[in-house]
Design a protein around this ligand. Structure first.
Ligand code: ADP
Ligand code: MG
Length: 232
């Protein structure tokens, strides 16, 4: 039986007749399944953005929240590395102006104020629903590895830790996970844990038709999901 809080995340979206979760809702969902996500707060005013940033701690990432903008950076809707209060105030205005420029009639639901995760190895975990087999899980490295080289591995849900470890071994660029050319290794145990928890979440949440954690930043010790999208 899934947590009532999980159901509440989907209910909130359904009430607004949305077929997707905003990033902060997706992260709430991932967090309920014990996955590591960035600290995050949704605000509607510049002053609240400043308060949230002070609470979370600098540096901060600001992002637009709009039902018409799912790919936020395409719309100039992501500002990373904001260092102080003035940066939050300028960034808040800039991000809203960018969104309006991108789409004049874009509704602005709010602005996300979130913890800036340190640089790490970019990982992508995704899911689509196969008409025959049901939910599937995809694993790959971020950037050109997925987008150009299509270097990914797949499994049908459910998966266990051994399956997750195999998925990481199956990609051609797996050596990058071990750390090469001055890049630090990635914590495979934590990544396997994210894959297994995603599998459980997909089993318990038939509402999820597609999901996308892009990117997850992986470190020698731990990892952080810095962007999340869910299609219902
Ligand atoms: P998009 O909707 O365009 O995919 P993202 O939320 O993925 O937007 O943000 C774009 C990029 O900004 C990410 O790929 C990542 O490199 C960086 N980024 C986003 N959020 C964070 C964060 N919390 N910490 C560090 N980097 C981030
Ligand atoms: Mg992204």
């Amino acid at each position: 039986m899934r947590d009532k809080a999980v159901t509440a995340v989907f209910e909130a979206a359904k009430k607004e007749k949305r077929n997707f979760l905003y990033e902060h809702e997706a992260k709430k969902l991932f967090g309920l399944y014990g996955m590591p996500v960035t600290k995050i707060q949704v605000v509607k005013t510049e002053d609240d953005a400043v308060q949230a940033a002070k609470k979370i701690g600098f540096p901060i990432v600001l992002k637009i929240v709009s039902p018409q903008i799912l790919h936020k950076s395409d719309a100039g809707g992501v500002i990373v590395g904001v260092k102080d209060e003035q940066g939050i105030r300028d960034g808040f205005k800039k991000i809203i102006a960018n969104a309006k420029n991108y789409k004049a009639d874009a509704e602005i639901t709010g602005v996300l104020v979130q913890e800036m995760a340190p640089k790490g190895t970019e990982i992508i975990v995704g899911s689509t629903t196969d008409p025959t087999f049901g939910p599937t899980i995809m694993f790959g490295l971020g950037g050109i590895f997925v987008e150009i080289l299509k270097d990914v591995s797949f499994r049908v849900v459910p998966i266990d830790e051994a399956d997750a470890m195999e998925m990481m071994d199956e990609i051609k660029a797996k050596k990058i996970l071990d750390g090469v050319r001055g890049m630090p290794p990635s914590d495979r145990k934590t990544l396997a844990d994210i894959l297994v928890k995603t599998s459980r979440m997909l089993e318990e949440c038939p509402e999820v038709k597609e999901l996308d954690m892009n990117p997850i930043l992986a470190y020698p010790d731990g990892a952080k999901i810095v962007d999340g999208r869910v299609i219902m």
